[in-house]
Write a protein that binds this ligand. Structure first.
Ligand SMILES: Cc1cc2c(cc1C)N(C[C@H](O)[C@H](O)[C@H](O)COP(=O)(O)O)c1[nH]c(=O)[nH]c(=O)c1N2
Length: 229
C-alpha cells in the first residue's frame, strides 16, 4: 500500500483535510430533533440552500422524483400534529407491557414547535413508466427521495438547523390535509428549525430504547453471514 500522503489525498479529492473532517463532522453529529426547536423562523435563503442540497441528491435514472411542500401555517401544522397523535396511539398499542410505557414516554415529533414543516413526496410518474435503473425494482424512486432527504439533513446540520423526521402517520390523512394527489407517495414529514443544542448520541439511545449496533456485526465478506477470512 502507498504511504499516506496528505497532499496527495487533498489533490485527489479536491478536499483539504479540514474540509474532509467537516464532512464527517456533519455526518457524525447529525441528530433527529424532536424537542429542542427554537421558534425563530428560518430565513428564506437558508431554506433555499437546504432544498438545493436535497435537489442535488442522486436519483434513479436522474428522475428527481421529489417535491417539497413547505408548511409554515401553524393551523396546518396543528392538523398534522393531530394526525400524528392518532397514529401514535395505534402505534403505542402495538407494544406490550413495559415497552408500551417506555414508548409512551418518548417524544417522537416537534411538528408544532418547529417553525417549518417540509413534506417530502415522491412522484413515481415523473419521467414516464419505464425508468432507467427502476425497471426491476419499483421502490428505487422512493429510495432516491430518501437520498434527497439525507442531503437536506446533513446540510441543515452544517447550518445549525435541526431536522426531525416524523413517519407515524396514516398516509391518507397527510394527503387529505395537504391536498396531495393519490398517485404521489408521502415519504417524509420533516420538522425544521434552529436548535440551541443537540444530543451527542441518538436520543433513542440516550433514553434506553435501542443502542447502536457494532458495525463489525453488520459487515460480511463475499456472501451473507460470512465473517472476515
Ligand atoms: C425513515 C425514518 C423515519 C423516522 C426516523 C428516521 C428515519 C430514517 N426517525 C428518527 C430516528 O428515530 C433516528 O434517526 C434514530 O433514532 C437515530 O437517531 P439520530 O438520527 O442519529 O439522532 C423518527 N424519529 C421520531 O421521533 N419519530 C419518527 O416518526 C421517526 N421516523
Amino acid at each position: 500500500m502507498r504511504p499516506f500522503d496528505e497532499d496527495a489525498m487533498s489533490a485527489a479529492s479536491g478536499f483539504s483535510l479540514a474540509e474532509r473532517e467537516a464532512v464527517y463532522h456533519a455526518i457524525m453529529t447529525r441528530r433527529d430533533v424532536r424537542s429542542q426547536f427554537l421558534p425563530d423562523p428560518l430565513p428564506d435563503d437558508v431554506v433555499a440552500r437546504l432544498l438545493t442540497a436535497a435537489h442535488h441528491a442522486p436519483s434513479v435514472g436522474f428522475m428527481q422524483p421529489w417535491n417539497f411542500i413547505l408548511v409554515k401555517s401553524e393551523a396546518v401544522r396543528a392538523r398534522i400534529r393531530d394526525a400524528f397523535a392518532q397514529a401514535n396511539e395505534d402505534a403505542a398499542l402495538m407494544f406490550d407491557g413495559e415497552r408500551r410505557q417506555a414508548y409512551r414516554s418518548l417524544k417522537l415529533e416537534g411538528i408544532v414547535e418547529a417553525p417549518l414543516g417540509i413534506c417530502v413526496t415522491c412522484d413515481p410518474t415523473r419521467s414516464g413508466s419505464v425508468v432507467l435503473g427502476r425497471t426491476h425494482n419499483p421502490r428505487m424512486d422512493s429510495y432516491s427521495t430518501v437520498c434527497a432527504i439525507q442531503n437536506l439533513w446533513l446540510a441543515a446540520r452544517a447550518e445549525g438547523i435541526g431536522i426531525g423526521w416524523v413517519s407515524i402517520f396514516r398516509e391518507g390523512e397527510l394527503k387529505t390535509i395537504l391536498g396531495i394527489p393519490d398517485h404521489i407517495e408521502v415519504v417524509a414529514w420533516l420538522c425544521a428549525g434552529f436548535v440551541d443544542r443537540l444530543y451527542d448520541e441518538p436520543e433513542l439511545s440516550v433514553k434506553g430504547w435501542r443502542q447502536r449496533l457494532p458495525l463489525e456485526e453488520l459487515v460480511f465478506y463475499d456472501g451473507w453471514g460470512r465473517s472476515e477470512p
